[in-house]
Design a protein around this ligand. Structure first.
Ligand code: AP5
Ligand code: MG
Length: 217
């Protein structure tokens, strides 16, 4: 299955993608995560992306396309993939379409997670991630309990993403409204869109997602 997850920052794309990609045995490809990894390693791509990410702006289309192209061309992507956070504007959607045509592949579904801005603000404000296992938590809705899954036997080493500052969050929402939201109509017109209520609990969203994709629980 080849899927795209679409929705505002903080709606839960990464949270849902982790479970679904594991169930379907397809790679979870988050452009945000690929860019953060490049940033941590100090690669030229990471250095190029840094100022855009910290400000909550989109990284240039050519940089992100290069990452996506490289990742979906790997052998583990041959049976499918789940793209989380790409495409993010109409230029990227056209680039993905062209790339898939070249690769003789097609997109099965675009899942749009719908949610109010008030709710995504609550989710982003309380988000924490673990430096060791990479898992995402929420101080209220999904607290980190027990030992870190990286196997140290210790608790998770939590941190807040640098683009989860109030200023960067407000800008990400503005960029989303302007650049990414038009993709909802774009994919609706192509009859590829399925809409999932992203405002419910993590478990309820997971059930709706599988139902929308015709997956049996
Ligand atoms: P990216 O990493 O993609 O960030 P984003 O789109 O802003 O989305 P988030 O990762 O913030 O939210 P999410 O929907 O994954 O929510 P999560 O599951 O974590 O991109 C970061 C930056 O990289 C961009 O700003 C840009 O600079 C650059 N970039 C990336 N892709 C790009 C592209 N294609 N082009 C150009 N630039 C690009 O959940 C959030 C919180 O809520 C967590 O704490 C979670 O525990 C909690 N939660 C999740 N679901 C629920 C629920 N149902 N109920 C209660 N809490 C929940
Ligand atoms: Mg994410």
């Amino acid at each position: 299955m080849r899927l795209v997850f679409l929705g505002p920052p903080g709606v839960g794309k990464g949270t849902q993608a982790a479970g679904l990609s594991s169930d379907l045995s397809i790679p979870h490809i988050s452009t945000g995560a690929l860019l953060r990894e490049a940033l941590d390693k100090g690669t030229p791509t990471g250095l190029e992306a840094k100022s855009f990410m910290e400000a909550g702006e989109l990284v240039p289309d050519t940089v992100v396309l290069r990452l996506v192209q490289e990742r979906i061309s790997r052998p583990d992507s041959s049976a499918g993939w789940l793209l989380d956070g790409y495409p993010r504007n109409l230029v990227q959607a056209a680039a993905l379409c062209e790339l898939l045509t070249e690769m003789q592949q097609s997109l099965d579904r675009v899942v749009y997670f719908e949610c109010s801005e008030a709710e995504v603000l609550r989710r982003l404000g309380g988000r924490r991630a673990c430096r060791n296992c990479g898992e995402t938590f929420h101080i209220e809705f999904a607290p980190a309990t027990g030992a870190c899954s990286a196997g140290s036997g210790e608790a998770c080493d939590l941190y807040q993403r640098s683009d989860d500052s109030e200023q960067a969050i407000l800008n990400r929402l503005e960029v989303y409204r302007r650049e990414t939201d038009p993709l909802v109509d774009h994919y609706r017109e192509q009859s590829a869109l399925v809409v999932v209520d992203g405002s419910a609990s993590i478990e309820a969203v997971s059930v709706s997602l599988r139902k929308a994709l015709g997956q049996t629980p």
